[in-house]
Design a protein around this ligand. Structure first.
Ligand code: HEC
Length: 234
C-alpha cells in the first residue's frame, strides 16, 4: 500500500473514532439519564444494538441516514410526529451536528472491550514465511520480486551483514568453492563464530563517533577498512 493511502486511512480511522467519541459524550451527558437503565419510551441509547432496535415507535438510528433517524428528528426538534428531545433543554447546534455527523458516518459504536485498542495483538499467521508476506505485498502493488541473488552476490551480502566487511580473496574463494547444498548456513555459522563482528562493531562505533566529533567543523569520513574487497558494490 502506498504511504499516502496508509496515511489517509489512518486519518479517516482517527476521524471516525473522534466522531464516535464526541457522539458518545453527547448521548451520555444529555440522554442517558432517561435512556440508559431507565429506558424511558422503551428506548436505550447506550448500545448500538439497542439504538437500532429503538423504543416504542421502532428503530431510533438508521446508520448513514440522519434525516431518517428518529434520534436525529427528536434532537432537531422539527418533526411533527416525534417529540423533541431532551424534553426540557434542547441540544446546542454543535451537539446536534455531532449526532448528525455520527449517524452519517454509519453510527460506529465500539462496545466495551470491542475497540481495537482493547483487542489482543493478532499473532503472525504461523507457517507463513516472511517471503510469502512480501510476495503478497508485491502482488498488491503490481511489482515483481528481484531474482534470487547469485552466489557471488550472496557471499558478499552475508559478509557485510554479519561482520560489516567484504570477504578477502581467500575467504571468497573458499565460500564460492563450497559445493555443499547447505554451504550458506555453514558460512553464516562460521562468520557468526569468527568474533569479527564484535571487532567491526567497534570499528563502526568509532567511525560514527569520529564523524559525530567532526560534523560541527567539517564533514570528514573515516576510511573504511576494505581488506582487498571482492566484487562490485552491492
Ligand atoms: C428527562 C428525560 C429524557 C431525556 C434527558 C431524554 N429523553 Fe428521550 N424520551 C423521554 C421520554 C419520557 C420518552 C417517551 C415519550 C416520548 O416519546 O415523548 C422519550 C422518547 C424518546 C424517543 C422516542 C422513542 C420511541 O421509540 O418512541 C427518542 C428517539 C428519544 N427519546 C431520544 C432522546 C435523545 C437522543 C435524547 C438525548 C439527546 C433524549 N431522548 C433525552 C425522556 C427523555
Amino acid at each position: 500500500m502506498n504511504m499516502r493511502v496508509v496515511w489517509a486511512l489512518t486519518l479517516s480511522v482517527v476521524a471516525q473514532a473522534a466522531t464516535e467519541d464526541a457522539a458518545r459524550k453527547v448521548l451520555a451527558s444529555r440522554c442517558w439519564a432517561c435512556h440508559a437503565q431507565t429506558a424511558l419510551g422503551g428506548l436505550r441509547l447506550d448500545s448500538r444494538e439497542a439504538m437500532l432496535r429503538g423504543g416504542r415507535s421502532g428503530g431510533a438510528v438508521a446508520p448513514g441516514r440522519a434525516e431518517d433517524s428518529r434520534l436525529f428528528q427528536a434532537v432537531k426538534r422539527n418533526h411533527p410526529s416525534v417529540n423533541p428531545m431532551p424534553p426540557a433543554a434542547p441540544l446546542t447546534l454543535a451537539e446536534v451536528q455531532t449526532l448528525q455527523d455520527w449517524i452519517t458516518e454509519g453510527a460506529p459504536w465500539a462496545e466495551p472491550g470491542d475497540h481495537w485498542s482493547f483487542r489482543p495483538l493478532r499473532p503472525a499467521r504461523s507457517g507463513d514465511s516472511i517471503d510469502k508476506l512480501i510476495d503478497a505485498a508485491l502482488v498488491a502493488r503490481k511489482m515483481v520480486a528481484n531474482p534470487a541473488a547469485d552466489k557471488r552476490t550472496l557471499i558478499r551480502r552475508v559478509y557485510f551483514d554479519l561482520i560489516g566487511l567484504p570477504p578477502d580473496e581467500k575467504e571468497f574463494a573458499a565460500a564460492y568453492g563450497d559445493q555443499r547444498p547447505d554451504w550458506l548456513s555453514h558460512l553464516v555459522s562460521e562468520l557468526l563464530s569468527s568474533g569479527i563482528s564484535a571487532r567491526s562493531g567497534v570499528d563502526i562505533g568509532s567511525t560514527s563517533l569520529g564523524m559525530a566529533k567532526t560534523t560541527s567543523q567539517e564533514r570528514k569520513w573515516f576510511p573504511m577498512r576494505t581488506r582487498g574487497a571482492i566484487g562490485t558494490g552491492s
